[in-house]
Design a protein around this ligand. Structure first.
Ligand SMILES: [Zn+2]
Length: 270
C-alpha cells in the first residue's frame, strides 16, 4: 500500500498552460473573448501567472454593462470548479447572447500551483481562500485583490467543490437579494446533481442549500466597496462524478447571468 506522500508524488501534474490553450485559441478569433492574464513576481523571484479572460457581451441598448467577476480553482484540488468555468467560456463563445449587457472578468484557475499539484493549498502551503483582505503577501492574493479593487464588480461568483457534502449548495453575501440569484442557479444545477437540504452544511446553518455566513478571509469584495455587490459561492459535491460537477458549475453560471440583471436593478432601487 502506498503512503499518502507517495501517492501524491505519483500523481501526474496537471498542466495549466495546456488547459487554457484552447480558450486562448478561441480568443484569437473572437470579437467578444480576450486573453488578459495577470502576472507578478513572487518573493523568490518566481513568476506567478493567474489566467484571466474577458468576455464582452453584446450591448444592451444603452443600459450600462454589468461587471461580473467569476473565479474558479481557488482550491487547486477542486478541478470541477476550473473545468466548469472553461466549459462556460466555451458556451459563451458559441452563444455570446448569453452575456448580453455583461462585462465578464473570468479567472478559471486562481490557484495555478495548487491546480498543478492537485492540492487545496498553493505551493507556498497557503489556503488562498482564507487570505483576502488580511494584508497577505501571497502573489495570487495581491493580484486578485487588485482586480477586486480596480474593477469594483457588481457581482462576484466563486466556484468550489466540497468533499463533505453530498449535494449542491452555496453561500450568499452582500445584498439580501443575492439569494434570488443563487436559488434558481441551484434549481438549474440540480438537473444534474442533487441539492443539499441539510440544516447544517460545512458547520454552518443552512436553509435549503443556502448559507448566509461564511469563513473570514474568503474571496470577496473589498471591505470599502459600497454599495455591496451580489456575492455568491457555489459548491458542488466533490465526490460526485467530475463531468456532472463540471456541468453543474456551467449551468449555475448560465443561470446566474440570466437572473443577475433583474435582481441587481431591483437591489439598487430599494
Ligand atoms: Zn474550495
Amino acid at each position: 500500500m502506498l503512503v499518502k506522500a507517495e501517492t501524491s508524488r505519483l500523481r501526474e501534474r496537471r498542466n495549466v498552460r495546456e488547459l487554457i490553450r484552447p480558450i486562448e485559441e478561441l480568443a484569437r478569433g473572437s470579437q467578444h473573448l480576450f486573453t488578459a492574464h495577470l502576472e507578478l513576481s513572487g518573493s523568490l523571484g518566481e513568476r506567478v501567472t493567474v489566467p484571466r479572460f474577458l468576455f464582452a457581451g453584446p450591448g444592451s441598448g444603452g443600459a450600462s454593462f454589468l461587471r461580473l467577476g467569476i473565479f474558479g480553482g481557488l482550491h487547486g484540488d477542486e478541478a470541477a470548479s476550473v473545468l466548469g468555468v472553461i466549459a462556460f467560456i466555451e458556451q459563451l463563445h458559441r452563444d455570446p447572447e448569453l452575456a448580453r449587457g455583461y462585462e465578464l472578468f473570468i479567472y478559471p484557475i486562481c490557484n495555478p500551483t495548487g491546480y498543478a499539484d492537485d492540492t487545496r493549498w498553493s505551493r507556498n502551503g497557503v489556503d488562498l481562500n482564507r487570505q483576502f483582505w488580511r494584508d497577505s503577501a501571497e502573489p495570487e492574493i495581491v493580484l486578485l485583490e487588485r482586480q477586486l479593487v480596480n474593477l469594483a464588480f457588481d457581482g462576484i461568483v466563486a466556484l468550489h467543490s466540497d468533499d463533505t457534502s453530498a449535494g449542491l449548495y452555496g453561500f450568499v453575501k452582500g445584498h439580501a437579494l443575492t439569494r434570488h440569484v443563487l436559488e434558481p442557479a441551484l434549481v438549474r444545477a440540480s438537473t444534474v446533481l442533487p441539492r443539499n437540504f441539510d440544516k447544517s452544511i460545512d458547520n454552518f446553518q443552512a436553509n435549503e442549500g443556502i448559507i448566509d455566513s461564511g469563513y473570514p478571509g474568503v474571496l470577496s469584495a473589498p471591505p470599502a466597496q459600497h454599495p455591496r455587490p451580489l456575492e455568491i459561492v457555489f459548491e458542488t459535491p466533490q465526490l460526485a462524478p467530475i463531468d456532472q460537477q463540471t456541468e453543474a458549475h456551467q449551468l449555475a453560471l448560465e443561470e446566474i447571468l440570466l437572473r443577475f440583471r433583474a435582481t441587481i436593478s431591483e437591489a439598487q432601487s430599494i
